[in-house]
Write a new protein. Sequence first.
Length: 250
Amino acid sequence: MSETILRARGLSRHFGGLAALCDVSVACEMGRVHAVIGPNGAGKSTLINVLSGDLPASAGHVEFQGRSISGLSSEQISQLGIARSYQKTNLFPSFTVFENCRLAAQSRLPSSMHFFRSAAAQADVNARARDALSQAGLAARGDAVASELSHGEQRQVEIAMALATRPRVLLLDEPLAGMGREESMRIVSLLRELSRDHAILLVEHDMDAVFAIAHTLTVMVNGRVLASGTPEQIRSSRAAQEAYLGVANA
C-alpha cells in the first residue's frame, strides 16, 4: 500500500453565492500520480489553490502527513513540503535558469531573508538548484536566460523551481498547456520519473497524457466530484463519458 501523504475531506469554497468547490474529497499517495480532470469551470484550479493555501476553504479540511494544515498560509504549507505550479508561466524572465532555481532553493533556508548575504556564496543553495535542474532534465541549460527558452522548457524550469524546495508533494496546474506533441511527451516522461519519489496531483486537459501517467483520476463537474477511480474505471464510466471524456475525445 502506498502512503497517503495529502488528503482533503469535504472541501468547499464559496465566492459569494457561487460554490466553486462543494464537498470535494481527494487523496494523494507517495509514488503515484492523481489526475483531476473536468471541463472549464469545474473547480480544478480552485482545488489546487485551496490545497496549496493560496485560498482558504469555506468548509472541510486538509491533512498533510496526518496533520491538519487547514488555515495555514501558502508559505507555511510550502515550507512543510508541498510545492505547486500555476497555469501561467511564473518565472523571472531576465534571470538565467540557474538563477531562477537558486531563488527557489534559497527560500527554504532560515537565512533566505538576509538580503546582504551573497546567495552565490551559499554552497547548499547552489547544490539544491543544480540538483533540481538535473532532476528536471535541465542540467545543460542552467546558463540560458529564461525568456529565451521554448514554452516547454519554461514549464520545465517551473517544475525545477518546485523541486528546488525539496517537496514531497507536487501540485501541478496544467503543466502541458500550450505545448506541441514533442514537448508534451518530454514533460510526461519527466513527471513519470518524478512520481517515483513524490506524490503528484495533476490538473490537465491533455487526456492522452493523463491516461499515460495517472494512477488515479478524479472527474469534477460544477465544483463537485463526479467520479473517482483508476483510469480503466473512469474510461468505462458512463457519467464521466457524458460529462467530459466523450467531448474531450470527440
